[in-house]
Design a protein around this ligand. Structure first.
Ligand SMILES: [Zn+2]
Length: 135
């Protein structure tokens, strides 16, 4: 199985493997259905480590923002009818749909987690020798 870098999209000899999450398995399932799956192992190559960290940081920030926006939307849709014309199931459904839509937007800037242990190994191959004193 070839390794493909998720940042530069090149086939690389080695890299830090990406952890499969819901979005990755979802995209893979869709690609397999469409018959365009390449079945590459997704990695971050050493040249792209910095770029990856930036992307991942941005994604995590965006994800938090989207969760906040989705929660506010949901709250507004649930609470507003209660204060005006009474509880409305329709409004709750609309709120859930909008909130899900906002969460779905974060998929476009999706950046998966990489295996943390593997990352440390790839960055500092010989740093594990340092002694750690007991606190
Ligand atoms: Zn790369």
């Amino acid at each position: 199985m070839a390794k493909a870098c998720i940042i530069c999209a090149k086939i690389v000899p080695h890299g830090v493997p990406v952890e499969d999450d819901l979005v990755i398995s979802g995209i893979r399932a869709i690609k397999q259905k469409l018959g365009i799956a390449k079945n590459n192992e997704l990695v971050v190559c050493p040249a792209c480590t910095e770029e990856y960290k930036k992307k991942r940081g941005e994604y995590e920030k965006k994800l938090v923002q989207h969760v906040v926006i989705a929660s506010i939307l949901l709250l507004v849709f649930i609470l507003l009818p209660i204060f005006t014309k009474g509880f409305s199931l329709w409004a709750v459904v609309m709120g859930v749909v909008f909130a899900a839509g906002v969460m779905l937007l974060s998929v476009f800037s999706h950046c998966p987690r990489i295996a943390v242990g593997a990352q440390a190994k790839a960055e500092k191959p010989s740093a594990a020798k340092g002694k750690k004193g007991k606190k």
